[in-house]
Write a protein that binds this ligand. Structure first.
Ligand SMILES: [Fe+2]
Ligand SMILES: [Fe+2]
Length: 189
């Protein structure tokens, strides 16, 4: 019931405002400024209710590039999967769909981290241990979030998306960039 009220609160409030406008029109007549104010507020409210809220979504920008095309492509896909997770929550898609979006994000994150770790080993990267420690710490945090999702449901997902987005942006622009500068000296592009 609470979820239903939250979902339709704009329409409920709009209906109440329309009722107020009708009553006001009967009371004061159509020329009243108060009546028109109520009508304008109602229309604006209903328009805003239909506009999707896109706060927190992130788009790939050229300045995020680390100069290695395969890694850039994987980082772009990770940001898209984070956006998918946000959209799944925002659009109230249900627990199965949300679980799918979370599992896709977790699986692709692990695949990406393994790809970087393999490159580090192949090229005997000097900071393999330090870089991998950051990956391991993030994987452990994500495991905790997945367990919390099983217990708490979708309420936890915006926090997961925020954490992964923040972690990824910092990691890309610091640790991954350092790795990719090294890989470029090994003729990777
Ligand atoms: Fe990395
Ligand atoms: Fe990365």
């Amino acid at each position: 019931m609470q979820k239903l009220l939250a979902k339709y609160r704009f329409y409920l409030f709009g209906a109440l405002l329309i009722l107020a406008a009708v009553l006001l029109a009967a009371e004061v007549g159509p020329a009243s400024p108060g009546l028109w104010l109520v009508i304008v507020v109602t229309v604006l409210l209903l328009m805003s209710a239909r506009r999707p809220r896109c706060e927190g979504f992130v788009s790939w920008k050229p300045e995020y590039s680390v100069g290695i095309s395969s890694i850039d492509a994987q980082h772009t896909k990770l940001l898209n999967l984070i956006n998918n997770l946000r959209a799944a929550v925002l659009c109230d898609t249900g627990k199965d769909f949300e679980r799918g979006a979370l599992e896709d994000l977790v699986a692709y994150t692990q695949e990406h981290l393994k790809y970087e770790e393999q490159l580090m080993r192949e090229h005997a990267y000097f900071d393999y241990e330090g870089h991998k420690a950051q990956h391991d710490q993030m994987v452990s945090q994500v495991d905790t979030y997945v367990r919390r999702f099983d217990e708490q449901g979708s309420a936890i997902l915006p926090e997961v998306a925020d954490y992964l987005q923040r972690w990824l942006m910092q990691h890309i622009q610091g640790t991954d960039r350092k790795l990719c500068e090294f890989l470029q000296t090994k003729d990777m592009q």
